[in-house]
Design a protein around this ligand. Sequence first.
Ligand SMILES: [Zn+2]
Length: 71
Amino acid sequence: MGMNCNLKKRFYSEDEAKNAAIKYSQIFFSKELLGYYKCNIHRCWHLGHTQTDIPYHIRIQRLIDSIDSNQ
Ligand SMILES: [Zn+2]
């Protein structure tokens, strides 16, 4: 992968990355939630746009669903 993620913050679990994405979107009052993806180089998770072709609204819906299921 050509993307330089050496300087990106590393999260060691999906939940950690997800929670950070939610927190950042609240801090910046962003209408768009940050995505997060697993990095095979660092064996961790980074925040950023995912490299899949899943439509954005579906990713958000999955995120929302996963939050609800934790309660
Ligand atoms: Zn990485």
